[in-house]
Design a protein around this ligand. Structure first.
Ligand SMILES: [Zn+2]
Length: 396
């Protein structure tokens, strides 16, 4: 009997094959069943623990699996499954087998627990895989692994460093609710299908160097980063993916997240932080022209109210009467209003904001001249800002 050709493997090769049962890429139905039987031998079922009940009361999720009973597997020792081929199992009852059906043949990693490190380097998964609620307590390597189908890492906890370097995902990958308590590397990871990063918690660094996104949809939302520096690089990667797709609205959205993460890295006494807040408030980091229009309205309205309330304006012509446009009283309605007079304050505010300065109404005294001057400066800047944001949004 010859030895398996896979590097470092000392198992005997299968008949008519160069590989052992673990590394054989095209297993027969029988070999596939045998393979899973061996895999299951490395695990144990937790004693006295019915998988229906979990310490986190996960019972309510059972209907997701359409099963009353679900075996939970625990792997106590280091797992070294380098290069293993996880086959799909034909769902037929004609084959002689110790197992009643497919579900019993396969091993499910749902709720599984790996207590030590796991080496899935170069592993091939032919069927879709659910690592749902799996706990990886040791280091995890999926380097150069190949998932030919859908894979779910929903609510998986990665306790140690996790590596997906050059991992190839042909189908959809779902990371919803996953927690990376240490570093996560997606260096040169290839995502061909849809990728979901929703509510993922990254406690440490996340490497996204040369991560490749294919034509699938990238769905990102509500992710949390312990360190905003890692968030910044994550969102930059997301932004670039949408830029490459020509999806500018999404690119703008994640650009703003990128900038917020950048801002969070600044100390609160750093004036750049406050300037950054201001730019976000007024323009959404150059992505929102409606925010700019909104700030126009706020400034014009705010200055107008100040002129009216403090009687800061005076008419330069006999025909114009703006004095005492607002009077406050102690009885309801508390405010006596000369509407025409009030509107003239807003008219003046608009004319000053837009730096038109007709001169029919003028600020009353030095203080109000300075106030009106400041409004003109702000108005000039905000008008130029609108042009910039418009140009960026619609003319590139
Ligand atoms: Zn082998």
């Amino acid at each position: 009997m010859s030895e398996c050709e896979y590097e470092g493997c000392e198992e005997p090769a299968l008949r008519d094959s160069e590989h052992c049962i673990f590394h054989e890429p095209n297993k027969s139905g029988l070999a596939a069943k045998g393979f899973y039987k061996l895999i299951r031998q490395e695990a144990r079922e937790p004693e006295g623990e019915n998988a229906e009940i979990d310490e986190n009361n996960r019972l309510r999720h059972w209907e997701d699996f359409g099963s009353q009973e679900h075996r939970r597997w625990v792997f106590e020792k280091d797992i070294n499954w380098k290069g293993y081929c996880f086959p799909s199992v034909p769902d037929d009852s004609t084959q002689p087998t110790d197992f009643r059906n497919k579900a019993e043949v396969m091993i499910s990693f749902v709720l599984a627990e790996f207590k030590e490190s796991v080496d899935f380097t170069d592993v091939k998964f032919e069927e879709s895989k659910e690592f749902r609620w799996t706990k990886f307590k040791g280091r995890v390597f999926f380097d150069a692994a190949h998932f030919k189908n859908f894979v779910s890492f929903r609510d998986v906890d990665f306790f140690r460093d996790t590596s997906f370097v050059k991992t190839h995902f042909e189908g959809k990958v779902d990371w919803t609710g996953a927690k990376f308590l240490k570093g996560a590397s997606f260096k040169r990871t290839q995502f061909e299908g849809d990728v979901w990063f929703i509510g993922v918690k990254f406690h440490r660094i996340v490497y996204m160097k040369n991560t490749e996104f294919g034509d699938g949809e990238l769905i990102v939302g509500a992710n949390k980063f312990e360190n905003p520096r890692h968030g910044e690089s994550f969102y930059r990667k997301v932004r670039k993916k949408f830029e490459n797709d020509g999806n500018r609205d999404e690119a703008d959205k994640w650009f703003r997240h990128e900038m917020i993460m950048k801002r969070r890295q600044l100390k609160s006494y750093n004036p750049r932080k406050w300037f950054s807040y201001l730019v976000d408030f007024i323009t959404g980091y150059g992505t929102s022209w409606s925010k700019v229009i909104g700030s126009w309205i706020v400034v014009i309205f705010g200055y107008g109210l100040a002129y009216a309330y403090f009687n800061g304006l005076t008419a330069t012509m006999e025909s114009v009467n703006i004095s005492k446009s607002l009077t406050w009283t102690l009885q309801p309605p508390f405010i006596l209003c000369d509407w025409a007079g009030l509107l003239k304050n807003f008219y003046f505010s608009t004319v000053t904001f837009t730096t038109l300065g007709y001169g029919d109404i003028a600020p009353d005294g030095l203080v109000w001249q300075l106030v009106a001057g400041s409004e003109s400066v702000i108005g000039g800047i905000l008008m130029a800002t609108l042009v910039l944001v418009f140009g960026r949004k619609f003319m590139r």
